[in-house]
Design a protein around this ligand. Structure first.
Ligand code: ADP
Ligand code: MG
Length: 322
């Protein structure tokens, strides 16, 4: 699986579109441009096997454009694998993911320019500065170097880390790296944004900022999917898909964007009281709602710890990283 932004992909139709966008009459930064052709991200009949293990089993799910969808599930349930398949980093054993009329898998493992990831292990280049990491992603999408540097700083500012722009990434804390990865993912004005546990190292205030920025992406018309263990993040999203052992055990589709105009992005807000109760197994506050007839996920947050730490440790000591 590729963990870096494509730097020299062949010119695809998507990339030509991206370049046209940057050269458009508005001249506005990519991050501020509405999605030209919003479309749902659709995962159809996806099974993925690695060796004898089935990591995803017949997954059918639709992530709507203009909405934030939470993807929850215990550690090891397949969240990262599903995001990887959905965004075209990983070719599934069977089935497909499509955005608009296009499969997201391009045949190379490089995602289309219209797809942006915020990876669980960040995927930053350790020896580049924070600003350079963001700028590289913009340049890869056809933004001229000077404009890319400017937009990179603006993207860092969205996450309150403009002052870290010149710092080498390998000197940053985990939470700071996480925000650089978010800045990079959100700088490019993608039509599909797949964020893998993007708030796992952040305090409540920064989590709130991140959720507000993810909401802005959905409001531009993007598909936003957020893998998370955090009930507050689930609550801030419009839809919720839960995995357990590679299977979808909950699929609560988002409402149409126009039907949730009163919703805000605060992670600490209580849910609207006029939400119709559809069943009796309401979740206690602070819990991801259970699913009728579904296996009960085992203590997700606690189970996540060692794996998350391992991921980060692996990143911080990259073997001969560029
Ligand atoms: N390349 C691989 N080969 C074998 N097993 C893998 C591979 N990648 C992930 N896994 C396993 O697949 C399961 C799902 O992993 P993952 O998608 O990372 O789950 P999550 O993101 O929900 O923690 C885990 O048990 C993990 O160890
Ligand atoms: Mg994961």
């Amino acid at each position: 699986m590729s963990t870096t932004e494509p730097t020299t992909p062949e010119q695809t139709a998507d990339q030509k579109n991206a370049e046209q966008k940057t050269e458009g009459a508005s001249g506005s930064p990519l991050a501020e441009q509405p999605v030209a052709a919003p479309a749902d991200l659709v995962v159809t009949g996806v099974t993925h096997e690695a060796g004898r293990r089935t990591l995803l089993a017949d997954v059918e799910v639709r992530f709507p454009a203009g909405s934030m969808t939470a993807l929850s599930g215990p550690s090891g349930s397949g969240k990262t694998t599903l995001l990887s398949v959905a965004g075209g980093l990983l070719r599934p054993t069977a089935g497909s993911a499509t955005h608009g009329a296009e499969p997201t898998w391009t045949g190379t493992g490089d995602p289309r320019p219209d797809v942006a990831f915020v990876l669980q292990v960040y995927g930053l280049v350790p020896v580049l500065s924070a600003a350079e990491n963001v700028s590289v992603a913009l340049r890869a999408r056809g933004v001229a170097p000077e404009a890319a540097d400017e937009q990179a700083l603006a993207a860092l500012a969205r996450f309150g880390i403009a002052d870290l722009g010149a710092r080498q990434v390998e000197e940053l804390s985990g939470g700071q790296m996480q925000r650089v990865a978010l800045a990079r993912g959100l700088a490019v004005g993608a039509a599909v944004l797949l964020a893998d546990e993007p708030t796992s190292e952040l305090d409540e205030t920064n989590r709130g900022h991140v959720l507000a920025e993810l909401r802005r992406e959905a409001d531009r018309g993007a598909v936003v999917v957020v893998a998370t263990h955090d009930p507050a993040v689930v609550e801030a999203c419009d839809g919720h898909v839960a995995l357990d052992d590679g299977r979808v055990v909950l699929d609560e589709a988002a409402e149409a964007p126009q039907d949730r105009s009163t919703q805000d992005t605060s992670a600490t807000d209580t849910p609207a009281t006029d939400t119709p109760a559809t069943d009796t197994d309401e979740a206690a506050p602070g819990e991801v709602p259970p699913v009728e007839g579904a296996p009960v996920p085992e203590a997700p947050a606690a189970a996540a710890e060692p794996e998350t730490d391992d991921d980060h440790a692996a990143f911080r000591r990259p073997p001969g990283a560029p």
